[in-house]
Design a protein around this ligand. Structure first.
Ligand code: IPM
Ligand code: MG
Length: 360
């Protein structure tokens, strides 16, 4: 197969981790007879430095015309970087939000999985961990508070800021369908998370999810309030399979879910629209404090490349080969700094990439 992959290295550790993911993709191409062409594009701070804006229209067009986008991470140190002196719509993060919207990437999949080999990094007690947990946060990504009308005004000398949380039933239906479809391929349970005891948007969310559920009688559905969900994620994470939720709740809960695995440097993500196109990026940020030191963990980006093969290129055997190589490297005792503990061998970002390549 021939595929065109747009690559956004981005800021901070982005360029280092994307380099390793490309190495891994090249090995896959070589071994399975594919041709992957990379088109490097600028977004975030890297784009601000060159074009003065975090995302240009040309970049959006290149991304659109590719089969998938592989991304590292964007953004800098929010208190020291000059990018954060710019108005909000010119900052690095605005580029990412604009790209999500322009490509209609409404479904964000964030797996939170406890690697057996890394169980000691999990901050939860052994009796809570049990034999591990494996959940998929399905976050709506192009609606809600992130994209609602907003403004800051002054009334009678008092400053007032307004953000609006809007969802229509179609936006809810399409993400709910994705959630049920994914659940079917996993353990067939959906936990839909809302704040239906307070918010109208959540009451509509719940009603539409119930409607969609009728087409999936084989999938168990439960509703959970978001505050309770935040608590259950640390009380009993094993109970979750697919967590289906709106944009802002998903932003918060996915950070929490990744933290309870103890290894945010390991977690990938996919942002999909209603075609096979997707944008794939690690769940972690750009870690500007460790950029350029060859100590970042490239595994989340490598696993995002695996998701790209699975969801956009339909290459599940190749994706499995990457996932297995990552597990093997951990079994063989290699660790980057963020997941290091006594008795293991510490390796840098590039070495970790090489070790994974060797196991494909
Ligand atoms: C994420 C990030 C983004 C978000 C930021 C960088 C705008 O936190 O992908 O979770 O809030 O969606
Ligand atoms: Mg976030």
């Amino acid at each position: 197969m021939k595929a065109n992959i747009a690559c956004i290295s981005g800021d901070g550790i982005g360029p280092e981790i994307v380099r390793e993911a490309k190495k891994v993709l090249d090995k896959v191409a070589d071994k399975y007879g594919h041709e992957f062409n990379y088109n490097d594009i600028l977004m975030g701070g890297a784009s601000i430095d060159v074009h003065g804006v975090p995302l240009t229209d040309e970049t959006i067009e290149i991304a659109k015309s590719s089969d998938a986008v592989l991304m590292g991470s964007i953004g800098g140190n929010t208190s020291t970087s000059p990018w954060y002196k710019l108005p909000p719509e010119k900052r690095p993060e605005a580029g990412l939000l604009k790209l999500r919207k322009a490509l209609n990437l409404f479904a964000n999949l964030r797996p939170a999985y406890l690697y057996e080999e890394l169980a000691e990094a999990c901050p939860l007690k052994a009796e809570i961990i049990g034999d591990g947990f494996d959940m998929m946060i399905m976050r709506e990504l192009t609606g809600g508070l992130y994209f609602g009308e907003r403004k800051t005004v002054e009334e009678n000398g008092v400053k007032k800021a307004i953000d609006t949380l809007t969802y229509d039933e179609n936006e809810i239906r399409r993400i709910a369908i994705k959630g049920f479809e994914i659940a079917r391929k996993r353990r067939s349970k959906v936990t839909s998370v809302d704040k239906a005891n307070v918010l109208d948007s959540s009451r509509l969310w719940r009603a539409v999810v119930n409607e969609v559920a009728k087409d999936y009688p084989d999938v168990e559905l439960e509703h959970m309030l978001v505050d309770n969900c935040a608590m259950q994620l640390v009380r009993d994470p094993k109970q979750f399979d697919v967590i289906l939720t709106e944009n802002m709740f998903g932003d918060i809960l996915s950070d929490e879910a990744s933290m309870v695995t103890g290894s945010i440097g390991m977690l990938s993500s996919a942002s999909l629209n209603d075609t096979s196109f997707g944008l794939y990026e690690p769940s972690h940020g750009s870690a500007p404090d460790i950029a350029g030191q060859n100590i970042a963990n490239p595994i989340a980006t490598i696993l995002s490349a695996s998701m790209l093969l699975r969801y956009s290129l339909n290459l599940s055997e190749e994706a499995d080969a990457i996932d297995n190589a990552v597990k093997q490297v951990l079994k063989d005792g290699y660790r980057t700094k963020d997941i290091m503990s006594d008795g293991f061998e510490l390796v840098g970002c590039d070495k970790m990439g090489d070790l994974i390549v060797d196991r494909i």
